[in-house]
Design a protein around this ligand. Structure first.
Ligand code: ADP
Ligand code: 5GP
Length: 246
């Protein structure tokens, strides 16, 4: 049975790592590709678990040796997926999940158009800012410039949402986890004929509702809040020092 390649992208702080970690607890047979990065470890991150941490020099050597399926520069650091992650998952017949940015996702889609791509959005800039700040506090490093940079970058990433097959708006965590799980199960059903038992109809309905073509109603308020559709949200994008939401 051929494994399915899932790509998940999201603006930083949207909750993608949280969702992926919940998915991995609840769904078996899906591997997570540990990327290479030149950024420094954050909080409790461990080399080889969240990322393979390396130097820019070493990363550039790996690029020259064609080690990467895709790579991109994000927030001033290089990130890349090694080809062998895909080869190993394929050999084992496992599904593989890539947590990569919009540039990397475009590279993978052009090489492997059968990949299933999922874009996660935060509900609005205010929630995103709160999540970014809470995470930084939990990790003991609040860097306001970095927060500001990630918040500003969010809208330009969200503008790419139409390149993805499924859209999740990560508002209520449990619901978003259930939607992500439904997408994985539905794709296994469509591609491999894998049975999804009694809950099958509901699972397929949930996954279908997350497809890009069925997402307009859920996505519209997010685009408005980020100032991508109309001008209503432009004010919210201004990163003010406020204390009302955290
Ligand atoms: P990302 O991987 O997209 O950068 P994280 O998974 O690290 O984001 O989440 C950023 C912060 O938001 C974390 O503190 C996480 O616990 C919190 N978070 C994630 N999803 C939700 C949610 N649906 N509701 C509230 N907080 C969330
Ligand atoms: P962070 O530094 O917050 O862990 O990740 C920053 C961004 O880099 C996120 O959007 C994340 O998806 C992306 N990223 C992580 N690994 C890779 C990778 O291997 N390739 C690409 N292109 N992006 C990655």
């Amino acid at each position: 049975m051929a494994g399915i390649l899932f790509i998940i992208s999201a603006p930083s702080g949207s909750g993608k790592s949280t969702l992926v970690s919940e998915l991995r607890k609840q769904v078996s047979g899906i591997e997570f590709a540990v990327s290479w990065t030149t950024r420094a470890p954050r909080g409790s991150e461990e080399n080889g678990r969240e990322y393979n941490f390396t130097s820019r020099e070493e990363f550039e050597r790996m690029i020259a040796e064609d080690v990467f399926l895709e790579y991109a520069e994000v927030f001033g650091n290089l990130y890349g997926t090694a080809r062998h992650s895909l080869d190993e998952a394929r050999a084992a017949g496992h599904d593989l999940l890539l947590d990569i940015d919009v540039q990397g996702a475009a590279q993978v889609r052009s090489r492997l158009p059968e990949a299933v791509s999922i874009f996660v959005m935060p509900p609005n800039p205010t929630v995103l800012r709160t999540r970014l700040r809470n995470r930084s506090r939990a990790e003991g490093v609040v860097n306001e410039d970095e927060l500001f940079r990630r918040l500003r970058q969010a809208s330009s990433e969200i503008e790419n949402y139409e390149q993805y097959g499924y859209i999740l708006v990560n508002d209520v965590l449990d619901r978003t986890v259930a939607q992500l799980e439904a997408i994985v199960q539905a794709e296994r059903f469509y591609r491999n004929g894998e049975p999804i038992a009694i809950r099958s109809r509901r699972v397929l309905e949930v996954a279908t509702g997350c497809e890009l073509r069925n997402s307009q109603e859920r996505v519209k308020p997010v685009l408005e809040a980020f100032g991508i559709l109309g001008n209503t949200g432009q004010q919210e994008l201004k990163f003010e020092e406020d204390s009302d939401d955290d």
